[in-house]
Design a protein around this ligand. Structure first.
Ligand SMILES: NC(=O)c1ccc[n+]([C@@H]2O[C@H](COP(=O)([O-])OP(=O)(O)OC[C@H]3O[C@@H](n4cnc5c(N)ncnc54)[C@H](OP(=O)(O)O)[C@@H]3O)[C@@H](O)[C@H]2O)c1
Length: 433
């Protein structure tokens, strides 16, 4: 019997694309790849910006600078997009899908912005669109949600899905460093970009929350506004307060049910109890913690970035698409549950940690406590430390509506005796984040 041949085009040969092409041409994997794909895979072209750059393990004859021509190649079965960003990646993908070519991508920004449209085009043209590596790099979480947990009622998905911010917060925790120092170290080591905005302001984590939520709950894959708070306001003293009280500060991406048809999605820093499995995820590692109604808690941990781990997840998608191609089928995209309503962050209840710098004078505590009371936010514990004419008040509230806590903060900031509101972060407490 003739072994079917599946022709693969790869756009992008950077960290991930370069590692993928090497995995595809690794002789020691040949039998395993053949078996998984039920076909022999042939890389027919690799598109890059600069075809003259030397690239280890890639046959120079495969290189082209015309990515669109590769996407439009008549004999192509699978296009792998590993360029990043929305355009021109979207144009290449649409060109391939419209011709029935299956597409694999690791591009979270693109999927969070155009995923619904692209899934629709893929389905209409009988092609697959897979994007496992878009969340958690090498962690196979999307396929687990899509297949193994397809019949489970998921209550909450909570992840450390951005390695840069986890590296920065881990450094602050282990070394007591300030945010700026930890970020500079992350940049020097290549864990953070020169412009770290997408990571530290939680845009990247929010995009991943959107993708996770679509698979876990059936919300829209793209075009949604996800509530977002970055880590730039986390100070060494907040990390220290957390440590002394049994917590670590993590940037969490959260998607959870609220009542029967409500879904809350958000990305923000939170105090995580040290005994929680997510608290021990250090450095650039990623983890996704899933709570299912019947499965109970589950957690996936692994390399959220890096060429080879990420390429492994991409390769799994390529093999799945190849196998589908051989059997003349494609995966049907998951449907959207129209009954679901997005619950705004202000309507979510949570415990909060709040830190205030105040003038150290009589009556201040009473006026601060009065404002908490005015908004129905009750205080669970309070710590006071003095320095000169000033004092720092650190509160942990009982569970309260986020909008009430924000109104409290607004009013506290107006008090003459309050110099600054230093921190207002959620605390994971029992069921709420
Ligand atoms: N790196 C990770 O750890 C990681 C983890 C998870 C997901 N991802 C995702 O994987 C994707 C690729 O990331 P990466 O880190 O591998 O990026 P990268 O190292 O910057 O590589 C990008 C590649 O795309 C090529 N390229 C850029 N524009 C192009 C164009 N218009 N036409 C053809 N080729 C073009 C570049 O060519 P030149 O080499 O000639 O410049 C380069 O080879 C992104 O979507 C990223 O978000 C990455």
């Amino acid at each position: 019997m003739n072994t079917p041949r599946i022709r693969v085009g790869v756009i992008g040969a950077g960290f991930v694309g370069g590692a993928l092409v090497q995995l595809l041409s690794d002789e020691s994997r040949h039998i395993a790849l053949l078996d998984a794909a039920t076909a022999s895979l042939e890389v027919v072209g690799v598109a890059v910006r600069d075809a003259q750059k030397p690239r280890a393990g890639i046959d120079p004859a495969l290189l082209t600078t015309d990515a669109l021509a590769l996407a439009n190649r008549e004999d192509l079965d699978i296009l792998v997009e590993l360029v990043g960003g929305v355009e021109p990646a979207r144009t290449y993908i649409v060109a391939a899908l419209r011709r029935g070519v299956s597409v694999v991508t690791a591009n979270k920004a693109l999927m969070a912005e155009c995923g619904t449209e692209l899934s629709q085009i893929a389905h209409e043209h009988g092609a697959d669109l897979f994007y496992e590596a878009a969340v958690g790099g090498g962690i196979p979480i999307l396929r687990a949600l899509r297949t193994s947990l397809a019949g489970e009622r998921i209550e909450r998905v909570m992840g450390i899905v951005n390695g840069t911010t986890n590296f920065v917060l881990s450094k602050m925790t282990s070394e007591g460093s300030d945010y700026d120092v930890a970020l500079a170290e992350a940049q020097a080591l290549g864990y953070a970009e020169a412009d770290p905005t997408a990571d530290v302001e939680a845009f990247d984590a929010a995009a991943k929350v959107q993708i996770l939520s679509s698979l876990a709950f059936g919300t829209e894959l793209s075009g949604e506004e996800i509530y977002r708070e970055g880590i730039t306001g986390v100070r060494a003293i907040d990390v220290d307060f957390a440590r002394r009280t049994g917590y670590v500060i993590k940037l969490l991406g959260v998607a959870e049910r609220v009542g029967e048809h409500g879904i809350s999605r958000r990305a923000h820093p939170a105090l995580v109890p040290v005994e929680h499995p997510l608290a021990s995820v250090h450095g650039a590692m990623n983890a996704v913690f899933v709570e299912g109604a019947k499965s109970g808690p589950l957690m996936w941990l692994g390399q959220g970035a890096g060429g080879e781990p990420t390429a492994t997840a991409v390769l799994g998608d390529v093999l799945h698409a190849a196998r589908n191609r051989v059997s003349g089928r494609h995966d049907v995209p998951f449907s959207v549950d129209d009954r679901l309503q997005s619950v705004s962050a202000g309507d979510i209840k949570s415990v909060f940690y709040i830190s205030l710098d105040v003038l150290d004078e009589p009556g201040v505590l009473a006026s601060v406590a009065g404002i908490f009371g005015n908004h129905g936010v009750s205080i669970q514990s309070m710590e006071q430390s003095g320095f000169g004419d000033e004092a720092r008040l650190s509160f942990v509230t009982h569970s309260a509506l986020t909008q009430n806590v924000h109104a409290t903060i607004d009013d506290l900031a107006k008090l003459e005796s309050v110099d600054s509101v230093g921190a207002c972060f959620r605390v994971i407490d029992g069921g709420a984040a």
